[in-house]
Write a protein that binds this ligand. Sequence first.
Ligand code: DGT
Ligand code: MG
Ligand code: MG
Ligand code: MG
Ligand code: MG
Length: 303
Amino acid sequence: MAKSRFEYVRNYELPDPLMPGTFIVVRIDGRGFHKFSDTHLFEKPNDKRALDLMDQAARTVLDEYKDVIMAFGESDEYSFLLKKNTKLYNRRRSKISSSIVSLFTSAYVFHWLTYFPDNPLRYPPSFDSRVVVYPGEKEIRDYFAWRQADTHINNLYNTAFWALVKDGQSTTEANKTLQGTDSKDKNELLFSKYGINYNNLPEQYRKGSICVRRPATLVDDRQPQQQIEESITAGVSNVSIDDPAVGSVEDDSVSQTRINGVIRKEKKIKKAKPYEGIDGEIVVLHEDIIRDGFWKERPWFLQ
Ligand code: DGT
Ligand code: MG
Ligand code: MG
Ligand code: MG
Ligand code: MG
């Protein structure tokens, strides 16, 4: 097909690939949510409805983009981790960034009334988005640790701040009261003055939200006979002749294989890794992401 004389403008579109073999993190953040949260009468310091809505929008992203392995959210922000070798949009930075923030935003608006039935949107919210690539596991773990530490620091401060304000201090006074205090001081203030045990506040507020897929596809719940039949169909693998499953089969195709002196069977059929499991239900956790355990339980995240 002949090209039009206008077509040369295409050459101004420059490629923006992200380095291969690196971890991609997309972080979105509500634009002007200081004002947005005031206008929409969010409860202070935490509005559970608002946080749940953020979690819902993040789930929508995980639902749609299977290469997003997990996400972490707090306040008006969410970070999405893509698997190391993702080929999503040929790793084009602006396509990845814009598609994720766009879906997140529309999901946020789409689900608004579910979470704020008595509080219609007064104007359209928007989110910004940035992409950062990280070279390895350490940086990824430190990235999420940084966000969760931020959640804790901000939440402790905001809890103390709003307790003082609700107690009659002006915002300026409350700021001043908290100046130079450390975590221990704030915990102490909350407990002695307001009877609040910080550690008993909801984990969602203190630790943020983690969206992950439940590794449903790791559970092989087929009947043994069915597994064996599928093994035979699947063909190749390395189950030994001593394998009790193999021994118990009374099937022509199996005996034939034996006579030929080659036992070839597929033991692990269709056992997708969890992040590949499209049926893996998405769950929202509020737990410690800084500790080793979180990552050790999910080694496939960092592979
Ligand atoms: P930006 O991101 O530079 O456009 O500006 P903001 O205003 O979005 O600032 P940011 O993202 O640093 O801080 C988030 C704001 O959102 C902060 O003012 C508090 C507000 N916010 C987030 N979650 C809640 C909530 O659950 N309750 C209330 N009352 N406010 C919240
Ligand atoms: Mg900001
Ligand atoms: Mg913001
Ligand atoms: Mg923010
Ligand atoms: Mg198009």
